[in-house]
Design a binder for this molecule. Structure first.
Ligand code: NAD
Length: 520
């Protein structure tokens, strides 16, 4: 078993000495040489706790060289050996889940229970990838012509890369690398520079599980590292999760450079509540899905569409729940909602409360009135990037708050007269990630499922993130590419088909034939 060589500095031990986070290349820590780095904050205090090295194009190229060198042996490693390693990764991640979760809380800010939930959803992908011998099975057709058989194999692509967002620093990398390496590829992860430590712990656990050096690498950085990934012709495929403008850029640049690309973007997830819905259940679901993880989830409910006379009682039921949400540091067991990831992001989110009010919406709850909100630039009592649960009613489609993805604890309510207007609103929105309907009417739910333009649909389920044996992906501006992430489509993405047509020599039937090969 490989000796442990590194653990990122535990958050509690950081104190005034800033920990430095460097790259993981070839099974070891490699300090950055570009001279560029970025700050990592504890969002609950607003203090910088670490710095993270930013890779140059040359450093990225070296990681690709190492990953490329590791590929031949890894793809030739037997399926049973790769499966054994995947099981060990799964078990180590499970054993270290609280430690991974602590890194998520320390750098992203999410509360411990939510961080543990993130690790659990990531684990599902490792478990799925443990079935790789089954997932990579090909197909075989005997006697397609006299003495001729045809069969199809799936083979790995080579070096592949994943570029991930700040909001799921452990789960989204697992969405990608679990299938990628199980299928025999070697992997370069470029995590978000805002919360990079979890990826280093994962890298260490993979090495401990027996993943050979060079098969899994972590290169930190910003746009320079991303551009180097997109330009490097040795990288065969790129998986991306992040905001829509960057997703579009990644897709266009990556495909122009001959890569396979799946680029998942932003979202504006509508939850339609029909007049027959159970108001209390709908309010519980809306509050859980809008404010969990401080709204920093791509599947968060960001808009409630209230149909008919459900609006007044529903808004009242949501409003009544907001003061009970315990906002506080993620590592406080009593906290239900932590801070936002950075001060800039928190301020941007809060600004939609002003534009909403200016443009005629009704701000029912303003999270800046929360005691932990600190708009003083970090000198106030908490210093953290907190914003309380906020609610804006009577939002209309042209308002800034509706036209943009807010990605914070601001829930919007739109009022419409009919189911038809509600579904039209969802279908007219440029995003199509997730959506949900709350109703007791099976026929209405069935119609909604049939006609709504979104990739993931919940029926009385507010956050319909598919389990790992389905695949995840939105429609419209929420996904650029042809294949969804993880699950069966993930396996397809990280492998390519090879079809073999075979005949064993039979001297008795051999003859010269210049005609085009036909089945006989
Ligand atoms: P982001 O787009 O700012 O960053 C994502 C990644 O791209 C990071 O690794 C970052 O370093 C890199 N990046 C940022 N700007 C870049 C640029 N100009 N050129 C090249 N690379 C760049 O996203 P974020 O703020 O980290 O994450 C939040 C966003 O991610 C939200 O829009 C959210 O909806 C989306 N998201 C989508 C899904 C999904 O499955 N569709 C899941 C999670 C998050």
């Amino acid at each position: 078993m490989t000796q442990l060589v590194y653990r990122p500095t535990p958050p509690a031990a950081v104190g005034s000495d800033l920990g430095r986070i460097s790259h993981w290349i070839g099974g070891r820590i490699v300090e950055g040489t570009s001279g560029r780095s970025g700050p990592v904050y504890d969002p609950a205090t607003g203090r910088q706790t670490r710095t993270v090295d930013f890779a140059s194009a040359e450093e990225l190229a070296e990681a690709v060289r190492v990953a490329e060198a590791a590929f031949p042996a890894w793809r030739a490693t037997s399926l049973s050996k790769r499966t054994e390693i995947m099981f060990r990764i799964r078990n180590l991640v499970e054993q270290h889940r609280t430690e991974i979760a602590a890194h998520l809380t320390a750098e992203h800010g999410k509360v411990t229970s939510d961080a543990l939930g993130e690790v659990a959803r990531g684990l599902e992908n490792l478990e799925f990838a443990c079935g790789v011998p089954h997932l990579m099975k090909g197909s075989y057709s005997e006697q397609v012509s006299g003495g001729v058989d045809v069969y199809q194999l799936r083979q790995p692509l080579g070096v592949v890369a994943g570029i991930t967002p700040f909001n799921f620093p452990a789960m989204v990398p697992m969405w990608m690398f679990a299938n990628a390496i199980a299928c025999g590829n070697t992997f370069i992860l470029k995590p978000s520079e805002k919360d990079p430590s979890a990826s280093m712990l994962l890298a260490q656990l993979l090495t401990e599980a027996g993943v050979p050096d060079g098969v899994f690498n972590v290169v930190h950085g910003d746009k320079a590292a991303v551009d180097a990934i997109l330009e490097d012709r040795r990288i065969k495929a790129v998986s991306f999760v992040g905001s829509t403008p960057v997703a579009r850029y990644i897709y266009e640049t990556g495909t122009r450079n001959g890569k396979r690309v799946q680029a998942l973007g932003g979202a504006k997830n509508h939850m339609i509540v029909l007049p027959d819905a159970d108001i209390e259940m709908a309010a519980d679901a809306a509050v859980s899905a809008a404010y969990g993880s401080a709204g920093e989830r791509c599947m968060a409910v960001s808009v409630v569409v209230a149909v008919g006379d459900v609006a007044d009682p529903l808004v009242a039921a949501i409003k009544e729940r907001l003061p009970k949400i315990k906002v506080g540091p993620g590592n406080d067991p009593d906290s239900q909602m932590g801070p936002l990831v950075t001060r800039e992001h928190r301020d941007k989110v809060a600004s939609y409360l002003d534009t909403g009010r200016e443009q005629g919406a009704e701000v029912v709850a303003d999270g800046r009135e929360h005691e932990l909100y600190d708009g003083s630039g970090g000198d106030g009592e908490s210093g953290g990037f907190f914003l309380g649960a906020s609610l804006i009613d009577k939002v209309t489609p042209e308002m800034d708050s509706y036209c943009n993805e807010i990605f914070g604890p601001v829930l919007e309510v739109m009022r419409v007269g009919t189911y038809g207007e509600a579904v039209q609103l969802v279908n007219d929105n440029p995003y199509g990630n997730g959506t949900a309907i709350f109703t007791r009417d099976g026929g209405a739910a069935r119609t909604f499922q049939f006609e709504v333009q979104a990739g993931m649909v919940g029926i009385n389920v507010p956050i319909p993130v598919p389990v790992a044996y389905y695949s995840f992906g939105g429609w419209k501006d929420s996904l650029f590419g042809d294949l969804n992430m993880y699950g069966p489509e993930g396996v397809q993405f990280y492998t390519r088909a090879k079809v073999i047509t075979s005949r064993w020599p039979d001297p008795g039937t051999s003859q010269v034939d210049l005609g085009f090969p036909r089945t006989r």
